[in-house]
Unconditional design. Structure first.
Length: 320
């Protein structure tokens, strides 16, 4: 049995009571499992194992019973525990009402790539600067001269002369500029989408997004050999100040996702099982992992939602 206690618009806690024969059977299974390990067990240990085994199901079943659509992971609290049953609280945000204007009029416009000769010369200068070396001890580093010999010695596919090298730099700059232009166009598209979207975003959703952003930042810092705490010290910030700094972007990210989700729902862009399996295979190849390992790391619900949002993005980009 479940009930919803609202603590604000689109936020609250779901109280779930689990008792009766189902609870008794779960306790018996848990007790037998623990005893099979050959050790003395307490009633609390038995109850805790029974609860842990069913916690995800209790949450899903409660949401289905009440017709709730969670928008954040729940904070779980054990409210009461007796031999006759257990009461668990799940605090979370539900999906808010979202209204999106005429998104078919939005346009994804990517600026043309324009790499000038001056850009190429600057690209060459930066490349040569990165290759400077000390010829003799005690001397200043020497920047190499661009010659056919130097160009060929970089072992770049298809580069055997100065002209080949210039063409390579131009192509590299063009790829970077194209990616930048695409990112800029996508950012403008999302800004336009937010402008026609009405949604009262629950604070729990924003807090959850801030947590994800902070985790991504911490991972990026770790890859550079820097601790999160050292980063804060270098910026002269407290963790609370960083959270406040991230909040506007987090609110924007959440609102964008809600709008994309609504578009996907209206256009029936839900991923098929085949799409999900294909993405798992692609991830396995990309990360050089077994597909089962990838599936354990990325839950199907998470991947399905990511594909759903991308389908909506692709739909918007195709509008003419």
């Amino acid at each position: 049995m479940a009930k919803w206690v609202e603590h604000g618009k689109y936020e609250g806690e779901m109280i779930v009571t689990w008792d009766g024969k189902d609870w008794e059977n779960a306790r018996a299974i848990a007790a037998n499992f623990l005893k099979s390990k050959g050790k003395e067990v307490t009633n609390d240990e038995v109850a805790q194992l029974a609860i842990n085994d069913r916690l995800d199901d209790l949450f899903k079943e409660g949401c289905e019973e009440l017709g709730l659509f969670p928008a954040t992971p729940p904070d779980v609290d054990l409210r009461a525990l007796t031999e006759n049953g257990v009461t668990v609280s799940f605090a979370f945000a539900v999906r808010p009402e979202v209204k999106v204007g005429d998104y078919t009029k939005l346009r994804y416009k990517v600026e043309e790539v324009n790499v000038t000769d001056a850009d190429v010369e600057e690209g060459i200068r930066v490349y040569l600067e990165s290759k400077k070396r000390v010829m003799e001890e005690g001397q200043e580093p020497v920047i190499p001269e661009l010659t056919d010999s130097f160009a060929k010695g970089q072992y770049i596919d298809g580069v055997k002369s100065v002209e080949d090298f210039r063409a390579y730099i131009r192509r590299t700059l063009a790829r970077g500029q194209r990616l930048h232009n695409q990112q800029e166009a996508e950012a403008k598209l999302f800004d336009s989408l937010i402008a026609i979207t009405e949604a009262e975003v629950p604070s729990r959703m924003v807090d959850a997004e801030i947590g994800i952003m902070a985790q991504q930042l911490s991972g990026a810092l770790a890859s550079q050999g820097m601790q999160f705490e050292d980063y804060l010290k270098a910026k002269g910030q407290t963790e609370e100040e960083l959270i406040a700094e991230l909040r506007p972007e987090a609110e924007k990210n959440v609102k964008t996702s809600l709008a994309l989700e609504e578009i996907a729902r209206q256009q029936n862009l839900f991923p098929k099982n085949e799409d999900i399996e294909n993405e798992y295979r692609a991830m396995a190849i990309r990360y050089e992992e077994k597909i089962d390992t990838v599936k354990q790391s990325v839950p199907v619900e998470q991947l399905s939602y990511t594909i759903l949002l991308q389908n909506a993005v692709d739909f918007l980009k195709m509008q003419k």
